[in-house]
Design a protein around this ligand. Structure first.
Ligand SMILES: [Zn+2]
Length: 439
């Protein structure tokens, strides 16, 4: 088959190696909990897999055990811009007692692969590997250079992973113009029953703050002059409540139109459609229609009979692309006297570009496998390693294609108990990625 020729949806998998479910299961059995584990053994497995295909992966570490694997598949057209496909090898930890199957078992049961990382995101690493194996087995050279990066440390921000590669080894990504990673390319419900896939065209940005509330210290038996802890509680209500403005970016309006199967203009209508008709995806999508503020930690005081002089809280705030200043301004304006706000961490949002030809490439790869597919953009409510690759000037998308069975609560799998992925969804994803890599 020549490069760029679409395979029929029923094309058999000709590779002789392990299937995608087996690769996913194997990856899950490496404990790459972050914090807690390291990625080296998983990275060595991935590098070995790629080397067995005749490729030449490199393994890079910025600290012992925190391994990253990068490999380049040379394309037949040196003038074509290169594509970066990235995925993270680490996972969040899991408490085994809560699970049906042990989170590091990689159990294959009831047509699904079970375990920590099954959707976040060892499934995608497995699909990428299976797609590359498929290309190689068919003797099919990609048109453009494909760079694959399997990285450490996404779950605590990517310092030892994507950030390290981008800052210390940018030459590995030479010629790349676009990056695809998590979280997108999955099927969502639509009222007219058309197979509809949501591709992430932007990530929200992050601002973490420490909010401090000063008060007047005193004895726990007295009438308090100004208890900073009760003051803090009131302040938190006010600050969190101040950020409730509906903000509808164009990708989200287009998504609502696809779900409803008709034109949608009004922001309130966008919200109503996405909340009412997208099932388990509704909370994920609703969070992309506004800036958000969540109080995640709180503290103050040191003894039961002492009113302390101050109290603190941590705020996890996420902002939509182009709306960072608005978030900060609203918080500052809601701040009462005796309270202060300090930024303790920031990550940029990525800029949406759903009109880019790259979006059409992704859509075409989905339609090559699911000809009736409707492919729509959306904004991801969280952050991913795409923010690091965007520093290199790459266009970024969330695209780990999965055709999900009706009713499957995909968003709940992320960092959830009994994380699992249907095998038929994985096999669908491999077919789509095989098409994409050849485009
Ligand atoms: Zn992830």
């Amino acid at each position: 088959m020549s490069p760029g020729t679409a395979a029929p949806a029923s094309s058999p998998v000709v590779g002789a190696g392990p299937g995608v479910a087996e690769i996913c299961s194997t990856l899950i059995r490496f404990d790459t909990s972050n914090p807690g584990g390291v990625e080296r053994a998983a990275a060595e497995y991935v590098a070995g897999f790629l080397a067995d295909l005749g490729l030449e992966p490199v393994v890079l570490e910025c600290e012992p055990g925190r391994s990253n694997v990068v490999v380049r598949l040379p394309g037949v057209d040196p003038t074509a811009p290169a594509l970066l496909v990235h995925g993270h090898l680490d996972t969040v930890p899991a408490v085994a007692d809560d699970w049906t199957h042990h989170p590091q078992s990689g159990e294959i049961a009831a047509g699904q692969v079970w375990g920590r990382g099954a959707v976040d995101m060892k499934h995608a690493v497995a699909m990428d590997l299976a797609a590359v194996a498929e290309l190689v087995a068919r003797g099919r050279r990609p048109r453009r250079d494909i760079v694959l990066a399997f990285v450490a440390d996404e779950e605590t921000g990517g310092q030892a992973g994507a950030r390290f590669l981008v800052h210390e080894h940018p030459e590995l990504f030479e010629g790349c113009r676009v990056a695809i990673g998590e979280v997108g390319g999955f099927s969502i419900p639509a009222l007219d029953g058309t197979p509809t896939f949501a591709v992430s065209v932007a990530d929200k940005g992050l601002r973490w703050y420490e909010l401090r509330r000063r008060g007047v210290a005193g004895h726990g038996s007295m009438l308090a002059k100004d208890n900073p802890i009760t003051g803090l509680a009131a302040t938190l209500q006010e600050v969190a409540g101040a950020v409730d403005e509906l903000i509808v970016l164009e990708p989200m309006r287009l998504l609502a139109e696809a779900v409803a199967g008709r034109a949608v203009e009004q922001p309130e209508e966008v919200r109503a459609i996405l909340l009412a008709h997208t099932g388990a995806f509704a909370p994920l999508l609703a969070a992309a229609l506004r800036n958000t503020v969540n109080v995640t930690r709180v503290g103050g005081g040191y003894k039961d009979n002492v009113i302390p002089s101050d109290a603190w809280a941590r705020l996890d705030c996420r902002y939509l692309p182009g709306h960072e200043e608005r978030l900060h301004r609203v918080l500052v304006e809601a701040l009462p006297e005796r309270a202060s706000l300090e930024l303790v961490r920031r990550s940029p949002a990525t800029e949406p570009d759903h009109a880019s030809p790259w979006f059409e490439h992704l859509a075409a790869s989905l339609r090559a496998v699911s000809p009736a597919a409707r492919v729509v953009p959306y904004v991801f409510s969280g952050g991913t390693d795409n923010k690091w690759f965007a520093e290199l000037g790459l266009a970024t998308f969330g695209f780990t294609p999965l055709s999900l069975p009706a009713g499957f609560d995909f968003p709940a799998m992320f960092h959830g108990v009994d994380e699992r992925v249907p095998i038929e969804s994985l096999e669908f994803g491999v077919r789509v990625l095989t098409e994409l890599l050849a485009l």
